[in-house]
Design a binder for this molecule. Structure first.
Ligand SMILES: Nc1nc2c(ncn2[C@@H]2O[C@H](COP(=O)(O)OP(=O)(O)O)[C@@H](O)[C@H]2O)c(=O)[nH]1
Ligand SMILES: [Mg+2]
Length: 114
């Protein structure tokens, strides 16, 4: 099992020029606002306050980068579905600008159809 010894918030950035200049392979978490992207980062890293969790959807307007063990970089991107400035197209534009993206985790919440 992969052990997280170091989980560090690097920076938040709205545009590519502000993104970290690193060589870490990036793992991006994407999905609708409020689906639980930030909560998943906290769970995976076992740091409950690393990524900001909010019950108000559409709060994240920037990309947030997290250094994990100096080995990988988790990237929390703005969700879609609530905030006007942050829709699915913008989300995928952000993702397409990540230069060393290795994995994209797209979180999807299934709802029971009654
Ligand atoms: N019931 C339940 N609530 C969750 C779960 N994961 C996150 N939440 C709640 O959903 C809300 C949004 O979570 P957050 O991680 O900020 O979502 P994000 O917008 O995708 O980053 C918060 O109030 C969390 O406490 C889960 O697995 N189950
Ligand atoms: Mg979030």
């Amino acid at each position: 099992m992969y052990k997280v010894n170091k989980a560090q918030f690097l920076l938040c950035a709205a545009w590519k020029s502000q993104w970290p200049d690193h060589q870490l392979p990036e793992v991006c978490l994407a999905g609708r606002s409020n689906v639980g992207k930030s909560s998943l980062i906290n769970t995976l890293t076992n740091h409950q306050k690393l990524a900001k969790v909010s019950s108000t959807p559409g709060k994240t307007r920037t990309l947030n980068f997290f250094n994990i063990n100096d080995e990988i970089c988790l990237v929390d991107v703005p969700g879609y579905g609530y905030a006007k400035v942050s829709d699915a197209i913008m989300m995928f534009k952000c993702i397409s600008m990540l230069s060393i993206i290795r994995f994209l985790l797209l979180l999807w919440r299934l709802r029971k159809i009654s």
